[in-house]
Each structure stands twice: as structure tokens, then as C-alpha cells.
Design a protein around this ligand. Structure first.
Ligand SMILES: Nc1ncnc2c1ncn2[C@@H]1O[C@H](COP(=O)(O)OP(=O)(O)OP(=O)(O)O)[C@@H](O)[C@H]1O
Ligand SMILES: NC(=O)c1ccc[n+]([C@@H]2O[C@H](COP(=O)(O)O)[C@@H](O)[C@H]2O)c1
Length: 287
């Protein structure tokens, strides 16, 4: 059902110029607003935006959002970037990515306890840079009623501030930081939390960047607990020992390679069941 609705919507849009921003799925018709929290300029609705290629969406993306909303967001937007400042488009097509994002969003809307995670939407943008994506989203809603918090990992924050994408990084980024903030998590391979903090301080926008940590709460009850055998007290298997990979180590590349290697156990560890189903149904990433 979703697939045909999505295809119908996108087919209707075919021929007309692509919109700078549009949603394809929203938790409610009034999203991001609710009856309890209507559009208001005195208390803007804070949307956590995870902008990604979602090729495919992974549990790391999901847990990054879980960590992000804890700092006080009201709604979540999974935003598909159909253009990338660096990468070309390989792997899944835009419709397939949107389908997988919608599967993840429906899962969250139906099953999550956190009100922000239940209040999720999926959208797409044609813009590649964050500073260009922000304004069309803000313009989509009544003036000053939404605040955008861009959720990203350390690797992307480094790219956010990379001067190669700008004429003058400070001048160009100033309007973005007047209207938006960033919620960022560390990521294995991109430096320690301390290094990330120093990087944020040097950016000149430390007040607009909140650092969070991805938690592997799926498995903490089963792993890492202390057990006593005889007189020896040791930790049980680590998450990585038990599942081959920790949430924070996951990436879309890991999933694509796992599908190619037919390592379905690893795929199952890294993506939601509904996303795995779509990968199989659509024959994605197999060659
Ligand atoms: N394991 C992770 N830890 C922290 N941040 C992550 C993690 N996985 C993805 N992110 C963040 O999510 C955002 C979107 O990620 P992106 O689409 O680049 O995923 P990816 O898994 O790195 O993709 P690919 O492997 O295709 O390069 C980025 O800001 C990225 O830093
Ligand atoms: N300087 C920037 O604005 C900047 C830096 C890194 C990624 N991006 C964008 O973020 C989106 C997601 O990119 P990745 O899938 O590479 O994380 C893409 O649209 C990409 O162009 C923008």
C-alpha cells in the first residue's frame, strides 16, 4: 500500500520542478504541531532533523535519534538528501530509500514510548548543504514556529565546518546558526569525545552544538553485567563479542557489504526487521 502511494505521489510530482523540501509521511496531519503544542512563536516546536543518504537506514541512525531527542526535541524528521556534497548516488534508488525510511518511521510511530520519536515524519530535499536545506524547511511552516536541530555524527560535523564547501565559512554559516542548532554524537574512527569538544569550541559555534552519546540500550541488560563464578568476578561478553558489532560501529556501508557477502546475521543486527524485508524484496545491494 505504502509503496504505491509513495510512487503515485512522486509520479504526480514528475514533470513539475522538484520541490526544495517536501514530506512524504507524517505521524499526524498537523505534524510537527500537536493539539497540546500548536504552532507558536513564543515556544517554537523543536524538530530533530536527521539528514542522511539512508542507503540503507541503520540502527545507528535510529539510536543517534534516540540520543538526540533526550536533549529536548518535540518531533523528528528523517530527511533524505537526494544530493550529496561528496557522494554520488549508488545502491538503492530514491524511492527505495524513502520506503526504508518510512518503514523505520512507522516502526517508531507505532512502538516508541518517547513522544518525539512517536511524532516522526519523512521528507526529502534537493539541497546538499545544511545551510541550503534549512530555509526551505523553515519556510514550509508558519514563520518562527519551528526550530531545527540538525542531528549528526562527528564525521559529518567535521564536514559541516569544512571551508571547502563555502566561500567564507564563518559568514556563510552565520545565518544557519541564527536559526538552527546541531546535536552531535561521537563516532568510532573520528576522534575522542574530548577532540570533538575541542573541535566544537574552535568552530566558534559551541553554544549551538550539543554533544550526545549513542547508547546500546538494546543489549545492556544481557551483556556487560558482572558475574561471579567461584571466587572470580568477571564481565559477561561485551556487546561486540555477542553480536559481532556495537550500535555505534554500524554504518550503511557495513550493511551494504554484509548483504553482498550474504551475511544476513550481520544485516539483522544492523537494521530493523522491516528494513531487512525491503532490502530482500527489492534485491538491494546484492551486487
Ligand atoms: N554509527 C554512527 N555513529 C554516529 N553517527 C552516525 C553513525 N552512523 C551514521 N551516523 C550519522 O548519521 C548521519 C547520516 O549518516 P550517513 O548517511 O552518512 O550514514 P553512514 O552509515 O555513514 O553512510 P555510508 O556508510 O553510506 O557512508 C551522519 O551525520 C552520520 O555521521
Ligand atoms: N557542509 C555541509 O553542508 C555538508 C557536509 C556533509 C554532508 N552534507 C550533506 O548531508 C547529507 C547526508 O550526507 P551523508 O550521507 O554523506 O552523511 C548530504 O546531502 C550531504 O551533502 C552537507
Amino acid at each position: 500500500m505504502r509503496k504505491s502511494f509513495l510512487q503515485l505521489n512522486l509520479a504526480r510530482a514528475k514533470g513539475s520542478p522538484p520541490k526544495p523540501f517536501q514530506t512524504t509521511l507524517t505521524a499526524t496531519s498537523s505534524w510537527p504541531f500537536t493539539v497540546d503544542r500548536p504552532a507558536s512563536t513564543t515556544r517554537p516546536t523543536r524538530i530533530a532533523v536527521l539528514d542522511s543518504s539512508f542507503n540503507p537506514p541503520t540502527k545507528a541512525h535510529y539510536h543517534l535519534l534516540k540520543a538526540a531527542v533526550k536533549v529536548g526535541c518535540d518531533a523528528v524528521l528523517l530527511l533524505l538528501a537526494t544530493n550529496n556534497v561528496d557522494k554520488g548516488q549508488t545502491g538503492a534508488g530514491a524511492i527505495e530509500r524513502l520506503e526504508m525510511m518510512e518503514a523505520m518511521a512507522m516502526d517508531s510511530i507505532r512502538n516508541e514510548h518517547d513522544p518525539a520519536l512517536r511524532h516522526m515524519a519523512v521528507g526529502l530535499t534537493i539541497h546538499a548543504r545544511f545551510m541550503d536545506k534549512a530555509q526551505p524547511i523553515l519556510n514550509h511552516y508558519p514563520a518562527d514556529t519551528v526550530q531545527l536541530s540538525w542531528v549528526m555524527g562527528h564525521d559529518t560535523m567535521i564536514r559541516l565546518f569544512d571551508p571547502k564547501y563555502y566561500k567564507d565559512v564563518h559568514a556563510d554559516m552565520a545565518p544557519f546558526f541564527e536559526q538552527c542548532d546541531v546535536i552531535c554524537s561521537s563516532r568510532p574512527g573520528y576522534g575522542s569525545r574530548d577532540e570533538m569538544m575541542r573541535f566544537v569550541e574552535q568552530s566558534g559555534h559551541a553554544k549551538k552544538v550539543t554533544l550526545v552519546d549513542i547508547e546500546d540500550d538494546e543489549n545492556t541488560a544481557e551483556t556487560g553485567a558482572l558475574v561471579t563464578v567461584g571466587t572470580e568476578t568477571t564481565a559477561t561478553a561485551t556487546v561486540a563479542d555477542k553480536f559481532g558489532i556495537e550500535i555505534k560501529e554500524m554504518s550503511s556501508t557495513v550493511v551494504r557489504n554484509a548483504v553482498k557477502d550474504k551475511n544476513w546475521n550481520l544485516v539483522d543486527r544492523c537494521v530493523l526487521p522491516s528494513v531487512r524485508q525491503l532490502i530482500e524484496e527489492n534485491g538491494l545491494y546484492s551486487s
